[in-house]
Design a binder for this molecule. Structure first.
Ligand SMILES: [Zn+2]
Length: 337
């Protein structure tokens, strides 16, 4: 019959609109448009009386069937929409959280902390001093007279004739000795500066940790004993140390300390230059002139001092071959530690 096409068109239009709707509000609007009190289908059913007697039963039957089909479609679409909405808003509290990347200490600071921890356990106190020092504390009080050639090895950045960036952490030792009487047992960690070009083993900025022990009857064997314990704690119990005579203005006798290579167990490798030993620090018995400058009686007190570059200790510990990596801030490198 002629109305069948008309009904089919309505059906197609409704399904198309439903397909493109995504919220319950949109679906409700379409429903009102067709099935509401003034809706298209409702009106058509009302106007059934205007149809011919023959048409009426068939028309009514088809229209009712359409209404049922459409009601079901609306219901289905409504359910789907609500479900999607719930899935979107749903938060599962039992899912393990996103792991945030936590920062950690730079390998240099890790090494520094480790060194400090070992000495603190042995009874050393930590002392800090200023990065900007006077010529007196950085050189003169440490037995580097003005114009003495030993100053050449520690060329630094001068702020004026008297102020400079410290070349070593030893000035802290002088400051501490000036402020108190023995016994003195301290370590002084900190940043130092020298006019050095930046290469695989030098940096104009570097870190040192120095140690000082002053008391009655402090001998060279106290020095070797203390450092032996320190390096065994740092590099492992099989580590050996060896002292070779050297010159430093502020100690007498002075020595360079070498440790057995932690990488080859003295068999020789590229790190130790095939010698089995690596030079890691300077040390010695405090020079009487240093004691005189701080007013300690050299007839009563003796002491030992040592100093090490933290970069070198760190590079040996982690097998790093280029100092520049420590200052490069490359996270791919730093995150390995
Ligand atoms: Zn080696």
């Amino acid at each position: 019959m002629k109305f069948e096409k008309e009904i089919e068109d309505i059906k197609i239009a409704i399904f198309d609109k439903l397909k493109h709707s995504s919220t319950t509000e949109e679906i409700e609007t379409i429903r009102a448009q067709y099935l509401g009190r003034k809706g298209i289908i409702t009106q058509k059913l009302k106007n059934i009386k205007n149809r011919s007697k023959e048409e009426r039963p068939v028309y009514g039957k088809i229209m009712n069937a359409l209404r049922v089909t459409i009601e079901k479609a609306f219901e289905k679409k409504n359910k789907e929409t609500t479900k999607t909405k719930r899935t979107k808003d749903f938060f599962d509290y039992t899912i393990p959280g996103d792991k945030k990347w936590l920062g950690h200490h730079h390998p240099l600071m890790k090494t520094m902390t480790e060194i400090i921890d070992i000495f603190v356990k042995m009874g050393f106190a930590i002392e800090y001093g200023p990065d900007v020092e006077t010529d007196y504390y950085n050189f003169e009080a440490l037995n580097f007279p003005k114009d003495h050639p030993s100053r050449d090895t520690q060329d630094t950045f001068y702020l004026n004739n008297n102020l400079l960036l410290r070349t070593q952490t030893s000035p802290v030792q002088v400051r501490v000795m000036e402020s108190r009487k023995p016994p003195v047992r301290i370590i002084s960690p900190g940043r130092c500066y020298r006019v050095d070009s930046f290469d695989a083993s030098h940096s104009p900025v570097f870190h040192q940790i120095e140690g000082l022990y002053v008391d009655t009857n402090v001998t060279l064997s106290d020095l070797t004993g203390t450092l032996d314990i320190f390096f065994k704690a740092l590099y492992g119990p099989s580590t050996k140390i060896k002292l070779t005579p050297h010159f430093f203005p502020f100690t007498e006798p002075s020595a360079e300390l070498q440790v057995s290579c932690p990488f080859c167990e003295e068999n020789g490798c590229t790190t130790c230059g095939h010698t089995g030993w690596i030079e890691v620090m300077g040390c010695g018995m405090v020079h009487p002139n240093v004691f005189k400058s701080v007013g300690y009686d050299t007839n009563i007190y003796t002491g030992f001092a040592f100093g090490m570059g933290v970069e070198r200790i760190c590079m040996l510990k982690y097998g790093i071959h280029d100092l520049r990596l420590l200052f490069g801030n490359d996270l791919r490198f730093i995150r390995q530690f």
